[in-house]
Design a protein around this ligand. Structure first.
Ligand SMILES: CC(C)(COP(=O)(O)OP(=O)(O)OC[C@H]1O[C@@H](n2cnc3c(N)ncnc32)[C@H](O)[C@@H]1OP(=O)(O)O)[C@@H](O)C(=O)NCCC(=O)NCCS
Length: 211
C-alpha cells in the first residue's frame, strides 16, 4: 500500500495492497523472524516448504481482494512472493498447531502514512477454511504484544477497506482505536481507488489493555 519504496512488485502488479505485500526498504536475506506461540498457533518466518499451503489459500479470490491483493494466479506467482517474504522479515507464516499447515500470514510493516514515527502497520490474511474461529484475533494479539514489547513501538496502525467487516471485527476485538476514514487513498491491484478505515493503538493504550 501507499509507500512507493514499499510496494512489492511482481510482474504486472500495480497494486499498493492495503494489508499484505510489502517489501521493506532494508530487505535482507534469510528469515530472522522471531517465532511466536499462542494456544492454537505458531507464528514463524516463511519457508520454501510452505509453497503449496501458501498457494492453496492465496489463490482463493475471497482472500486477497479484501486485503487489496490479487489472487495468486499460479504456483510460480506464489513462489515469487514467498521469496520476498523470506527475504524481508516482515511477515510471519501462521501455522495451525493441530495440523501443522500454514493457514495465513500476519505482518508488521513500515507505515507509509507515518514515515517519521517509531511505529508500524499491521497486515493479515487467513485461509477461508479457517475463518470465524477467532484465529486471526489470536494471532494479531500476539503480534501486538511483540510490537510493543520487543520492537518497543510508540504506535501500531491498521487499516481496512470500508466493506471488510470481518477485518473490522478483528481490529475492534484487539482494542484498536478508530481514527476515521482516509478517503481515496489507495489504489489496489485492479486499479480501483479505495478509502481506508484507519485505526491505531498507542503504547499507553497497549499497556492499559494488555498488561
Ligand atoms: C479478516 C480475517 C483475517 C478474519 O479472520 P478470522 O480468523 O475469521 O477472524 P476472527 O474469527 O478472529 O473474527 C472474525 C469476526 O468477524 C465476524 N464476522 C464474520 N462474518 C462477518 C460478516 N459477514 N460481517 C460482519 N462480521 C462478520 C465474526 O463473527 C467475528 O466476530 P465475533 O468474534 O465478534 O463474532 C479473514 O476473514 C481474512 O483473511 N479475510 C481476507 C483477507 C483480509 O480481509 N485481510 C485483512 C485486510 S485489512
Amino acid at each position: 500500500m501507499l509507500a512507493i519504496t514499499a510496494v512489492m512488485r511482481y510482474n504486472s502488479f500495480k497494486q499498493d495492497s492495503e494489508c499484505f505485500l510489502y517489501a521493506g526498504a532494508n530487505s535482507k536475506r534469510g528469515s530472522n523472524m522471531k517465532t511466536l506461540k499462542t494456544d492454537r498457533l505458531i507464528l514463524r518466518g516463511f519457508r520454501k516448504s510452505d509453497l503449496n499451503d501458501f498457494y492453496e489459500y492465496a489463490k482463493n479470490p475471497r482472500v486477497g481482494p479484501p486485503a487489496g491483493w490479487e489472487p495468486h494466479a499460479s504456483l510460480q506467482m506464489t513462489k515469487s512472493i514467498l521469496k520476498v517474504f523470506m527475504e524481508q522479515d516482515e511477515v510471519w507464516a501462521i501455522v495451525l498447531r493441530e495440523n501443522k499447515k500454514v493457514i495465513g500470514s500476519v505482518g508488521l510493516h513500515k507505515d507509509e502514512k507515518r514515515p517519521d514515527i517509531h511505529g508500524k502497520m499491521l497486515s493479515y490474511a487467513l485461509s477461508e477454511d479457517y475463518w470465524g474461529r477467532g484465529l486471526m484475533t489470536e494471532a494479531v494479539k500476539e503480534v501486538i504484544a511483540f510490537a510493543f514489547c520487543h520492537d518497543k513501538l510508540d504506535i501500531l496502525s491498521v487499516y481496512h477497506y470500508p466493506h471488510n467487516e470481518r477485518s473490522c471485527r478483528v481490529i475492534e476485538k484487539c482494542g484498536f482505536v478508530r481514527e476515521g476514514v482516509l478517503r481515496s487513498c489507495s489504489r489496489i491491484y485492479n486499479g480501483v481507488v479505495m478509502d481506508n478505515v484507519c485505526y491505531s493503538m498507542l503504547k499507553a493504550e497497549y499497556k492499559r489493555l494488555y498488561e
